[in-house]
Design a protein around this ligand. Structure first.
Ligand code: NAD
Length: 266
């Protein structure tokens, strides 16, 4: 076998939203290393160009930049159109773009709540809508992976929009999975715990806060982007061919009620 034919995602076409940094950037590099053609999205094309230059060449075709704001319906529709046209198809949609805004809940501004919901929830629905329409029209067994969060399950005080949005994502995944399972279309989520990315600069760049965060995690360390990309690759691969409607928590044990590590209750 040639090196090219052993690549797991050779000839696969994958769109990743929010790929300019953090987990999305790492996922783009991961899938490209495994042979895929990747379409990388972010708000500004110029921020994506350095990443495009670093992506290993795909086994076939070219990678794409599909710039657009995931909070704007017309942009999302255009990004999906450019991807489907540019690639002449799509195999895996990865809805990764996400944001959060901190505020005590009694002071929350509707515009901030809506801004978080627009990127974390509405964009997922709009991207999925376009991909599903295309896959049904072309009888294609596509695959959707949404980047959720442990806060799909665990409350996050002072981040009401984020908690609400990730809770919604869990049920969007389950609903779409059930609706499209009979067509061979799979829909799953990964739910990262605390991962070292720019969204977490506030504690990753401060040694004391870093240690305080690590101490809360049963595995005593935050996760790396690679550990989320690995989970995404599993859900995008044939190895997970009978898995749909699931959220795969990748969190070093963060959702395991860490307070029960020591026996204090009995
Ligand atoms: P990040 O801030 O480093 O990256 C977020 C990406 O989304 C960036 O590329 C950003 O440009 C993009 N984005 C944000 N708003 C956008 C918009 N309107 N249009 C297009 N792109 C937009 O954060 P990250 O940690 O890499 O987060 C990626 C995903 O992982 C998010 O959905 C986040 O909720 C989720 N997540 C992260 C963690 C963590 O600890 N880092 C934990 C749980 C879940």
């Amino acid at each position: 076998m040639t090196e090219q034919t052993t690549k797991r995602f050779a000839n696969k076409k994958i769109l990743i939203t929010g790929a300019s940094q953090g987990i999305g950037e790492d996922a783009a590099l991961h899938f490209a290393r495994e042979g895929a053609q990747v379409a990388i999205n972010g708000r500004k094309a110029e921020k994506l160009r350095p990443l495009l230059d670093r992506l290993p060449k795909p086994v076939s075709g070219e990678h794409l930049i599909v710039a657009g704001d995931m909070a704007v319906e017309a942009d999302v529709d255009r990004v999906m159109e450019e991807t489907l046209k540019g690639f002449q198809g799509l195999d895996v949609l990865i809805c990764n773009a996400g944001m959060q805004i901190e505020c005590p809940s009694e002071d929350i501004a509707l515009k901030d709540f809506n801004a978080v919901m627009a990127v974390n929830v509405t964009a997922v629905v709009l991207c999925a809508r376009a991909a599903l329409k295309y896959w049904r029209q072309n009888d294609h067994k596509g695959n959707i992976i949404v980047n959720s969060s442990v806060h799909q399950q665990v409350p996050k005080p002072h981040y009401l929009g984020y908690s609400a949005s990730k809770g919604a994502v869990g049920n969007i995944v389950r609903t779409l999975a059930l609706e499209y399972a009979r067509f061979g279309i799979r829909v799953n989520a990964v739910a990262p715990g605390a991962i070292v990315t720019p969204i977490n600069d506030a504690w990753t760049k401060d040694p004391e806060k870093y240690k305080a965060t690590a101490d809360h995690i049963p595995m005593r360390r935050p996760g790396e982007c690679r550990e989320i990309s690995d989970a995404m690759a599993f859900l995008a691969s044939k190895e997970s061919s009978y898995i749909t409607g699931q959220t795969l928590f990748v969190d070093g044990g963060l959702t395991l009620y860490a307070d029960f590590e020591q026996n204090w209750s009995s």
